[in-house]
Design a protein around this ligand. Structure first.
Ligand code: ATP
Ligand code: MG
Length: 341
């Protein structure tokens, strides 16, 4: 719903920290954004998912006032991206997809300089630099020039830089692409800490695990259009329904169970699937009634069941199902490393 009562004097008074309506950006024939609507509620994380070229970075650039939209509107903390770019920039932090630190300066100098550019007093800029280097495990490398940092270290420095001014709204464009799992976890912890302190985050990612870990709400875009929208579990339920996993006491019963369900028409459109190695039968479930009937039938036929439970599809499966493509995090991980190297 549109919030027409926004109050520019008290920008975070409304419930949406970011509001985007009908956003369009074309590059010649390429429709990078083709009428995008989205909202990020204050104090939450919106995950923007989409395959390569979907328009994620274009969206982040417009919301950062780095490029202008062709049509549509966007406000951040109540400030319009076109009409109030200066006020808007003061409320945001940005970690771009590609590292943007000054090569010749040390890690500490990079952070201190940004702090000073943001008008922090010297003492605070100094302590903020120390604190963020510590949080991102860069204390030992603090005095080294950024040009000697590894790709992962640059990424962490970049993230630290975007957090210096404690922005109310933080954009993270594929923040952990190319990072090792330990560093990725550090970044996730830090993002969660910022959110706990009240920040609003718009995160683009191709890592489904990252979306699951961090995002309250997901928006999937493809070729410049929003194609799905909702909480992680809502998207999973919408796409695939649940799967019932049944393990009989005797794995020799699996084929017989499958036959009984098929005869009774209880195994869903695609049919049930035996996993002989694990001695389990997987049954696609579309309704609570079907679930009850499946369990009832197997009990009536005298099958002894050792274990059963339902699970939702993985977010990878959801992504594949709605975009027709696998999330291609490996490709972009390599790209980022090359650019950073
Ligand atoms: N400056 C530009 N000039 C021409 N075309 C552009 C420009 N920037 C982006 N595009 C095109 O717009 C589309 C969206 O690009 P964008 O970088 O926003 O995608 P993305 O979702 O961030 O992709 P990735 O996952 O690879 O980072 C792509 O087809 C891209 O080639
Ligand atoms: Mg991008």
């Amino acid at each position: 719903m549109m919030d027409m009562t926004r109050n520019d004097k008290n920008p975070l008074n409304g419930s949406h920290a970011v509001e985007v309506r009908g956003l369009v950006k074309h590059y010649g024939e390429t429709k990078a954004l083709d009428g995008v609507d989205l909202d990020v509620r204050e104090g939450t994380v919106l995950g923007v998912l989409g395959p390569n070229g979907a328009g994620k970075t274009t969206l982040v650039r417009i919301l950062s006032t780095l490029i202008a939209p062709d049509a549509g509107t966007a406000t951040v903390a109540g400030f319009d991206v076109v009409r109030q770019p200066r006020q808007l920039r003061r409320t945001i932090g940005l970690t771009g997809q590609y590292a943007s630190v000054d090569e010749k300066l040390s890690g500490w100098e990079n952070l201190y300089m940004i702090g000073r550019l943001l008008d922090l007093p010297r003492k605070e800029a100094r302590s903020r630099a120390d604190e963020l280097l510590e949080r991102f495990s860069l204390t030992e490398a603090a005095k080294k020039a950024a040009m000697h940092y590894s790709g992962g270290m640059r990424r962490r420095l970049d993230l630290a830089a975007s957090m210096i001014g404690r922005p109310a709204v933080l954009y993270l464009d594929e923040p952990t692409t190319g990072l090792d799992p330990r560093t990725r976890n550090e970044v996730w912890d830090e993002v969660q800490r910022m959110v706990a302190e009240g920040a609003t985050v718009l995160l683009t990612t191709q890592y489904m695990e990252e979306a699951e870990q961090l995002a309250d709400q997901l928006t999937v875009i493809d070729r410049g259009k929003v194609i799905a929208n909702g909480k992680v579990d809502e998207l999973k339920a919408r796409v695939g329904g649940r799967t019932l996993r049944i393990r009989p006491v005797s794995s020799a019963d699996v084929p017989g169970m499958a036959r009984s369900l098929a005869e009774a028409g209880l195994d869903g459109v695609a049919g049930s699937q035996a996993v002989p190695d694990e001695g389990v039968l997987l049954v696609p479930i579309l309704s609570d009634e079907q679930l009850t009937a499946v369990v009832g039938l197997l009990a009536a036929r005298g099958y002894a069941i050792a274990d059963l439970g339902t699970y939702l599809p993985s977010l990878d499966e959801v992504f594949l199902s709605i975009t027709g493509q696998k999330p291609s995090s490996e490709d972009s991980a390599q790209q980022t490393e090359e650019v950073a190297a």
